[in-house]
Design a protein around this ligand. Sequence first.
Ligand SMILES: [Zn+2]
Length: 158
Amino acid sequence: MKPVIYKLWLSRNKAYKKGFSAGVLKKKIYNGFCSKCKKEFRIRNLHLEHTLPVMVGGLIFDKKNLTLMCVRCHNKKTVLDIKCINILKKMGVISSHTYTVDFYLHPHRVQEIFYYVRNIIIAATPSYEAWNGWDTEYELIMWEKNRKTWESENNEKT
Ligand SMILES: [Zn+2]
């Protein structure tokens, strides 16, 4: 049986609702606080942060996949995401290229593994646990909603 490769086209992972720019979304989400440390910030000092990273199929302009974080929290979250993505690469679950990320399992499975790895790292790293409760109910992307971003191939793994 030939393994299926799901190609995530990074350039196609855009707003499925047109007119949702980063600036517009920031204003829609802004409530005065960093979603992680809960400190108060002006809107210009908060960054849009993808709960599920774009690299593993998180939607760029989906409000459900976005929060606002201060620079410090955003940097910390980015380091954590990169760690997890690197582990997925080492596991042979994904590989990244200039325009695409190849998934060697169905995207839902890859995302489940991503969250699983992330939860282990958080549990094993006191500073992440102390940083803030990670009790958010993350929502996996809906495959159907994001189908345009993907292509699946029946190619053999090389
Ligand atoms: Zn913060």
